[in-house]
Write a protein that binds this ligand. Structure first.
Ligand SMILES: NC(=O)c1ccc[n+]([C@@H]2O[C@H](COP(=O)([O-])OP(=O)(O)OC[C@H]3O[C@@H](n4cnc5c(N)ncnc54)[C@H](OP(=O)(O)O)[C@@H]3O)[C@@H](O)[C@H]2O)c1
Length: 349
């Protein structure tokens, strides 16, 4: 049994006034002795997501517990186990799942880390053994930490497409760049939108051939017409939709008949007035709208297997790595949307 009895953890201040601290570092006792099926994880890296910044600034569309712990991604090492743990062992490298009630497609509950319960921005975590997945052995802690949320979401969003098909990915954030990696590994033709030519050119250079088709959604507000032009009027097979109500109808308009829009994000904020043509468009385009909410434990296991099989690495979609102590600054950086890809907190041991 490890001798650690307390943890350092960042809790939200829930002060949403611009310019005030959004998180505070506190020391807390660990829940010891461990429940018989629980594992104690020493955290090595936590990756941030848009929702961490959004929740810290009071913007989450779903309820959150007061003064909760941010973070729904972590990679760490098991340092102690309850007496009946059988699925994992001390020394295993693991990542918890993001929604602890979403184990399989038949699960009925919902409990997202960092919202319905405390998240991962802490030196140590305790989870039931059934809620952690082993991480690929070829990845370091920083790269492994991006898999549960951005990775499993991108994996769920791309399900069903096959080699040679076309995909439109929106933005250059965490989910988008992870989707880019999976789409490239799956042999898909990729269309990518961003508000920034600089970001688009950087990604285009990085990913090389076959060339990613890029569109600036800020300078080309009718970007869906450009997608249609580039696909000979057909539209793409699948859209990874990150904008939400502000862009959904446009996304449907450039999806091929019978294609899929995977609704992942809500970055454009609530814009119900832009959904007026939803029904006529969904009928006209015969489009399938698929809601994505992370993925199940089984999905996360499948993704880990795919990453191991392909020996995929993620250094090219990591924007920056910050020390754990700089969590406040890193959350603000994500809130400002300055990153390309993932922002990670490294615990330095
Ligand atoms: N449903 C789920 O399971 C799930 C899971 C994870 C995340 N999400 C949601 O998915 C979205 C992306 O999350 P993330 O963590 O990847 O965010 P992120 O890393 O913060 O990336 C956000 C990026 O998206 C682009 N963007 C901003 N506003 C946009 C808009 N109106 N339309 C299209 N693109 C826009 C920007 O890229 P450019 O600067 O290149 O324009 C921005 O940098 C968020 O809404 C998040 O809450 C949902």
């Amino acid at each position: 049994m490890a001798h650690v009895t307390f943890r350092q953890v960042f809790r939200r201040t829930d002060d949403h006034t611009p310019g005030t601290p959004k998180v505070k570092l506190v020391r807390e006792d660990l829940p010891l002795p461990l429940h018989p099926t629980a594992v104690l994880i020493k955290v090595h890296a936590v990756s941030l997501n848009y929702r961490d910044a959004n929740i810290a600034n009071g913007g989450n569309p779903w309820p959150v517990i007061p003064h909760g712990v941010p973070g729904n991604d972590a990679a760490g090492e098991i340092i102690a186990v309850g007496e009946r743990v059988s699925l994992v062992s001390i020394g295993d490298r693991v990542a918890p799942i993001t929604d602890t009630e979403f184990v399989s497609a038949r699960s009925t509950g919902r409990s997202w880390l960092a919202a319905n319960e405390d998240g991962t921005l802490a030196t140590h975590l305790v989870f039931d053994e059934k809620l952690v997945t082993k991480i690929p052995t070829h990845l370091d802690w920083v790269q492994a930490s991006i898999i549960p949320c951005a990775g499993t979401t991108a994996w769920s969003a791309l399900k069903g497409v096959s080699i040679g098909q076309t995909v439109l990915i929106q933005g250059t954030g965490g989910v988008a760049t992870f989707a880019l990696k999976l789409a490239r590994a799956s042999g898909l033709k990729i269309f990518l939108t961003s508000s920034s030519d600089e970001k688009l050119n950087k990604i285009k250079d990085q990913f090389g051939k076959p060339e990613i088709q890029t569109i600036n959604y800020r300078t080309q507000p009718d970007w869906h017409k450009e997608v249609l032009r580039l696909t000979n009027g057909i539209g793409v097979d699948l859209v990874v939709e990150n904008g939400g109500s502000s862009s959904l109808v446009q996304s449907m308009l450039c999806t091929r008949r019978g294609g899929t829009v995977s609704q992942v994000g809500y970055l454009g904020g609530p814009k119900p007035e832009q959904l007026k043509e939803f029904v006529s468009t969904v009928i006209d385009r015969r489009v399938n709208i698929r809601g994505i909410n992370g993925g199940s434990k089984h999905d996360q296991d499948d993704l880990m297997a795919a990453i191991s099989a392909t020996e995929m690495t993620f250094e090219d979609i990591i924007d920056s790595v910050w020390p754990f102590e700089k969590s406040e600054e890193a959350i603000e950086f994500v809130w400002q949307g300055k990153q390309i890809g993932k922002v990670i907190l490294n615990f330095g041991q």
